[in-house]
Design a protein around this ligand. Structure first.
Ligand code: NDP
Length: 325
């Protein structure tokens, strides 16, 4: 949209929790960067399931709330104490809200410089999910060559990255997805098997004695079968709840295979600036080397945010959706 720096800006806001209809595009006063903060011109912002949890109230946020958990664009200006940045620099960020807007204020220590080889759109599409895929495959569980790895919702934003990265690390991906079209995408990304959710355990047992790790961002509907697919001493990485929250759980169930269960979230894996930059460096390398494919499948303007989330929550998307302010 038309930008009036210093006067106002358009942003996707909600004032109460609810379905997609609570999202409104509002004119807000243009934000001012304080000490240590940077005002950025948002050129693209990723659509994520986390935004859904914030909107529905599953994650607590203060209202009114400006949506958008990641973005990329250029530096406009900054407050006192910011060093090493100049107006016009291309940057990407995650871990602060408010990216579905024409402008955003981001703490300088959360900004990642975007290298020349990476487009601003690619950076916006990859920063949140790519950093997540990095820590999930290196820290929540360190994937090793030969591991059998079950990846749910493999044609989605996270799923496509995980399938590519696990395959790159030498793991064998058994993928799940709800439609044959989506399963085809998973096979093209390297999955050795791509099946319906109901066939996941059988497919894992066909190629191995059980999964070394299960990456489960679906939650309620898949939790039981994820446990069932593990090999003894396997790890269940529950990292989301696209189908809803997993109900209370008896730890004694882990004794069936001396399983490990972890429920990680990105913020704890990028808290230190050096860790943020190291992970981003590896991610950008994966993009330039073609290890991951930043699959932007659709772009919406701010006014299209309701449609974007209706598509994501309705399981109608593959890969990544962007909001282009
Ligand atoms: P996706 O693009 O993966 O979209 C969600 C997918 O989940 C759908 O396409 C669908 O695939 C599957 N799904 C299964 N059941 C349902 C359901 N009942 N309703 C909707 N979708 C369902 O989204 P993202 O890549 O943005 O996120 C994937 C998961 O990763 C989310 O749970 C998200 O919260 C989590 N995440 C966690 C992070 C962390 O650090 N913990 C960071 C980033 C993301 P299909 O049709 O094939 O079943």
């Amino acid at each position: 949209g038309e930008l009036m720096t210093g006067v106002h800006m358009r942003a996707v806001v909600f004032e109460e929790h609810g379905d997609q209809s609570v999202l409104q595009v509002k004119d807000l006063p243009a934000p001012e960067p304080g000490p240590g903060e940077v005002l950025v011109l948002v050129e693209a912002s990723g659509v994520n399931f986390m935004d859904v949890y914030q909107r529905t109230g599953m994650y607590q946020v203060d209202l009114p709330f400006t949506l958008g958990s990641e973005g990329a664009g250029t530096v406009l200006r900054f407050g006192d104490g910011v060093e090493g940045l100049s107006p016009g620099d291309r940057v990407a960020w995650t871990g602060v809200p408010g990216s579905h807007a024409e402008q955003a204020v981001v703490p300088a220590d959360r900004l990642v410089p975007v290298p020349e080889e990476i487009s601003t759109e690619q950076a916006a599409a990859a920063i949140l999910q790519g950093l997540t895929a990095h820590y999930l495959t290196h820290d929540s569980y360190a994937v090793r060559a030969g591991d059998t790895v079950l990846v749910h919702a493999a044609a989605g934003g996270m799923g496509r990255l995980l399938t590519r990265i696990v395959t790159h690390l030498g793991g064998r991906v058994v993928a799940t997805a709800s439609t044959e079209e989506k399963r085809h995408i998973a096979r093209a990304d390297g999955a050795v098997r791509a099946v319906a959710y109901s066939d996941a355990v059988a497919a894992v047992r066909e190629v191995s004695d059980g999964a070394a790790v299960v990456y489960d961002g679906v939650g309620k509907d898949t939790f039981d079968l994820s446990l069932e697919a593990l090999r003894p001493r396997g790890t269940l990485v529950l990292f989301g709840a696209a189908s809803g929250k997993v109900p209370p759980f008896d730890p004694l169930r882990l004794m069936q295979g001396s399983y490990s269960l972890t429920r990680p979230t990105l913020v704890h894996f990028i808290a230190a600036r050096h860790e943020l930059l190291e992970r981003a460096g590896t991610l950008f390398g994966w993009i330039t080397d073609g290890v991951v494919d930043v699959a932007v499948t659709k772009r919406h303007p701010l006014d299209g945010a309701r449609d974007a989330y209706t598509e994501l929550e309705g399981r109608r998307t593959t890969g990544k959706l962007l909001i282009i302010p």
